[in-house]
Design a protein around this ligand. Sequence first.
Ligand SMILES: Nc1ncnc2c1ncn2[C@@H]1O[C@H](COP(=O)(O)OP(=O)(O)OP(=O)(O)O)[C@@H](O)[C@H]1O
Ligand SMILES: [Mg+2]
Length: 143
Amino acid sequence: MAATMVGADEHIPIRGEDDIVAARQCARALAKRLGFGLLDQSRIATAVSELTRNVVRYAATGDAYIRPLEGAPRGTGIEIVVADRGPGIADVELAMRDGYSSGTGLGMGLPGTRRLVDEMEIDTAPGRGTTVTIRKWNRKRNR
Ligand SMILES: Nc1ncnc2c1ncn2[C@@H]1O[C@H](COP(=O)(O)OP(=O)(O)OP(=O)(O)O)[C@@H](O)[C@H]1O
Ligand SMILES: [Mg+2]
């Protein structure tokens, strides 16, 4: 039997402030359709904001991919991939530290995002770019 479609994969090119808002809204809308509660919807939206803001700030342009994870071993979830071909991150451990910023930020974007989601992977190399993948699972629906 075919699974119920609650949302197709979305791709949002990130070029500026408006795209940060669009990606944030898209992630929130899918999270809602997947049955995530209001607090989790906000957590997901905030995580997407932080990652796409980093793209605009450090890489100028990139892409956000937002998709449902259904029928996965852990039940219903959402996956967001934010990728750019910017300068990359030389020291990921340092970048993940609370309060570290190479610029004038608070240095809370990446470590804060890590705390808002269930899984987070950073694939990056200097000169090559950065891809951050985050996943969050809907515990209520998994019971
Ligand atoms: N996409 C990216 N490309 C290159 N470097 C990045 C990228 N994302 C994060 N970084 C590096 O990692 C550091 C930490 O990122 P983080 O988002 O935690 O803090 P911030 O952006 O400096 O400040 P805040 O997010 O609190 O405003 C950044 O200062 C930057 O050096
Ligand atoms: Mg940031």
